[in-house]
Write a protein that binds this ligand. Sequence first.
Ligand code: AMP
Length: 468
Amino acid sequence: MTDRLGEECGVFGIWGCEEAAAHTVLGLHAMQHRGQEAAGIVSLQNDTFHCQKHAGLVGDAFSSEDVMGQLPGMAAIGHVRYSTTGDSSPQNIQPFYAELFTGPVALAHNGNLTNALTLRHDLVQKGHIFHSSSDTEVLLHLMARPQEFSGSWKETLKHALLQIEGAYSLVMLTRGALYGIRDPWGLRPLVLGQRNGTFVLASESCALDIMGATLIRDVAPGELITIDASGMKSEILLPKAPSKFCIFEYIYFSRPDSVLEGNSVYEVRKNIGRYLAEENPVAADVVVPVPDSGVPAALGYAEHSGIPFDLGIIRNHYVGRTFIEPTQSIRLLGVKLKHNPNKMFLQGKRVILVDDSIVRGTTSMKIVSMVRSAGATEVHMRIASPPTTHSCFYGVDTPSRDHLMAAHLSTQAMAEKIGVDSLAFISLDGLYRAVGQSGRDAAVPQYCDACFTGDYPIPLTDVAKCLV
Ligand code: AMP
């Protein structure tokens, strides 16, 4: 199998709305940052499902004026997919549609199931035929087993979910209803909104803003939301588990204008910058963000330290993920495709560079050498997350531990490798303070912070069996 199971994604669902698919396009467009590799929409008109899935960006995939012609109906779900493994096989593009014993169903998933390969192995032995390498398909197969089926979609879904481990925020469309559910730990986000009596489910609230819907609340961990002709119903479907929302959603992944757990992501990022400045002060002339991800934290750092904030690095927003430098001689130029230093401004300055995270360290090394060659006299790097020492198995695509710079090097050794005069990270307690906690409760951490601690809240069954 070439594709890693699971990827970062965004999901969307709408019910009881004229032009449901057109609204879904808008919602997916607002969540494009959650996945740029592919986008898909399934709509429901009367009893008929319509499905369109394409590689590429939402605006390119659904640019046709005929979205409603292709995807008619008053209900729809959509998905944006992100995978950095290189295998973007069309079979893996969601939503998945299947005709089960219970009836036809479409499913879109954000998160990563940690026992999917184990379950898949069993299912294949029982004769199931898989069409993709996605963990989400395992869920559909579990829902497909008629002998374990007790009647309703709710029971069918529950039966399947009780067998899986891992992170999931799901939207599911059947002939009779739109469903939304979060795993019992609430690892990945899912929010509920409303517009003119129409209910909307989305990974992030920015997808509600774009269509003038208002945020009602986060879907609770383990909660099943059912939206049908009679309105919206909520029930706790799954056994309660300690709440473990992914803290990295605040640091990097979510859009800064989204609201998670009642918190403004932007404000949390500024708070991180403030605590970063409090914990790791340094004398300098200017605070410079690595755009765009470092901007809110740099603003917070500048505000707390009193050191001016300035855009010392400019980002080109038109660089697609797939841009390939055309010839070897151009590649050798080391072109600054994405970032360019604001030379006149950086010259002779002592610079504090702020970024959200260091993963492999390649971005930091590039940026620091760029800032130095632009004439900065000192470069101090401040990072708005603790050192990333462990891979994520719950839906954020981090490389294997071997490739994580902080997994193998001390902060001092990292500073030398990156080429900075000093390097410092926000502490774990500082991070928890930034999201409104008094600190990290070491006995029962309030968030999933496994990428910084190795403290994985949900069993890694496939990893333990060396299946990934
Ligand atoms: P690296 O060059 O590998 O150290 O990557 C660090 C940069 O990648 C940071 O500036 C982040 O903005 C960005 N980043 C962090 N985590 C992720 C992720 N899971 N997916 C994509 N980009 C990321």
